[in-house]
Design a protein around this ligand. Structure first.
Ligand SMILES: [Zn+2]
Length: 87
């Protein structure tokens, strides 16, 4: 066996070993949450949301994160829809 084939064999073995380790490695129990994004919660599709920001919610009488809608109005985190676009 020449040195090149020995090196290739060692490389293949190390790659196979790395793959086996990666497969055997326990998957993290919970997916890491990035920021406060909660996918699947908003009833609005993203193309209908112009931007997201903090605005006054008249239902809760305090500032909350809102989705400002393309067609006007804003949707609160609590689900309340405020018609006028005043901030
Ligand atoms: Zn609200």
């Amino acid at each position: 066996m020449n040195p090149i084939s020995v090196g290739a064999c060692a490389l293949l073995l190390s790659l196979a070993g790395a793959t086996a380790v990666a497969r055997l490695w326990p998957a993290p129990a919970a997916p890491r949450t990035t920021g406060r994004r909660r996918l699947g919660r908003s009833p609005m599709r993203s193309r209908e949301v112009l931007e997201t920001g903090v605005a006054y919610c008249p239902l809760e009488n305090r500032d909350r994160r809102h989705h400002f809608l393309r067609l006007g109005g804003r949707l609160c985190e609590c689900g309340h829809l405020t018609r006028e676009n005043a901030r």
